[in-house]
Design a protein around this ligand. Structure first.
Ligand code: PMP
Length: 356
């Protein structure tokens, strides 16, 4: 029996995707070879890469002025690559500080140039997304984190700025329709809503490149990865294939509008229980509640272990909060079925009956 898997990432993937992926490990499309034994220069793999890139472009409504890359080094390496490629030493980049991952991006950018943190919700324990801020017109770019995986806040409206907008979408990529044309660069580690760890999707608008004075090492240079079509070095072939299967699955399900409907239904059900259950409360301010990572606490922290134990008995896994925050975090990524949310809600109600 499969677990109700609320893991924050690597996270749950659709069963149909796992089945196809495991078949491909043994024998890719009757070729007599497993996909992970196959050259990345083979026609089979080049087709996979091309379809994956094409699907990403379609989902974001992007034209030829954008390129899609599948790189390695995680979303964390993008914290470095972005300023390396876009920010000269005497220039300024604007960042919105909405959580640990945003802080990580800011820390790296400071190695390359000036960083203007236009707003931060740090003082508030990152319970909300700052709304009032001004992005200086001379900033080279403005970096946001659309979903804050640890604290459980999400941006549903994106700032309108005159400077290129860059988004870390690692934990809410393809959870709803988003017009990619608002952004000059989007990146996401695959391991939450797309596939296994090992590859990071980067969407980049070509006109932002080639403007810094510094020399950029090849492996960190977007222009080189674009020129070599994500094959400057050996790409993470299997991880990219699983991403492709997930992208196909999204289309089969009805696309991003349908995905969003399901995600609203799942998260609403859980937040409703958090608000109604006398034992629990939500961590973040209601208007910025994430649909992907739902953070909640017990009024009486001494009961945490007991609740985790009850969840375990109900086949529920992965709901322990991040070590910096404590409490609970239920990650409701695209592939998590409604029944899993119902199981968690059921466990919370059962717990309230026992303890109430
Ligand atoms: N950004 C966000 C929003 C994340 O949630 C994570 C990982 N949880 C990262 C960046 C770092 O990703 P990676 O581990 O792929 O470097």
């Amino acid at each position: 029996m499969r677990k109700h898997n609320f893991s924050p990432g690597p996270g749950i993937l659709p069963v149909s995707v796992l089945k196809q992926a495991s078949e491909a490990v043994l024998d890719y499309k009757g070729s007599g070879m497993g996909l992970i034994e196959m050259s990345h220069r083979s026609t089979d793999f080049i087709e996979i890469m091309e379809e994956a890139r094409q699907r990403v472009k379609q989902l974001f409504n992007l034209g030829d002025d954008y390129e899609v890359l599948f790189l390695q080094g995680g979303a964390s390496l993008q914290f470095t690559m972005i300023p390396y490629n876009l920010l000269d030493e005497n220039e300024t980049a604007a960042y919105l500080e909405t959580g640990q991952w945003a802080k990580g991006a800011i820390k790296e950018a400071r190695l390359f140039g000036n960083v203007d943190v236009v707003a931060s919700s740090a003082e508030n324990g990152f319970k909300n997304i700052p709304k009032d801020f001004v992005v200086p017109g001379n900033a080279k770019y403005f970096h946001i984190t659309t979903n804050n995986t640890i604290y459980g806040t999400e941006m549903f409206e994106f700032p309108k700025t005159d400077v290129p907008l860059i988004a870390d979408m690692s934990s809410d990529i393809f959870s709803r329709p988003v017009d990619g044309n608002q952004f000059s660069l989007i990146y996401a580690g695959a391991q939450k809503n797309m596939g296994p760890s090992g590859t990071t999707m980067v969407v980049v608008k070509k006109d932002i490149l080639g403007k810094v004075k510094r020399k950029i090492p090849s492996m960190l240079n977007y222009a080189i990865h674009i020129e070599k079509e994500s094959m400057y070095n050996t790409p993470a072939t299997f991880a990219i294939y699983v991403c492709l299967l997930t992208l196909r699955w999204i289309e089969e399900l009805g696309g991003l509008a349908e995905m969003e409907k399901i995600n609203i239904a799942k998260s609403s059900l859980l937040y409703q229980e958090i608000d109604n259950n006398p034992l629990f409360y939500g961590y973040t301010v209601p208007e910025d509640r994430s649909r992907m990572n739902v953070t909640f606490m017990l009024h009486n922290q001494d009961l945490e272990k007991e609740f985790v134990q009850l969840c375990k008995e109900r086949n529920i896994s992965g709901i322990k909060g991040h070590r910096t925050l404590g409490g609970f975090r239920a990650s409701l990524y695209n592939a998590l079925p409604m029944e899993s949310v119902e199981a968690l809600v059921g466990a919370m109600q059962e717990f309230a009956k026992i303890k109430g």
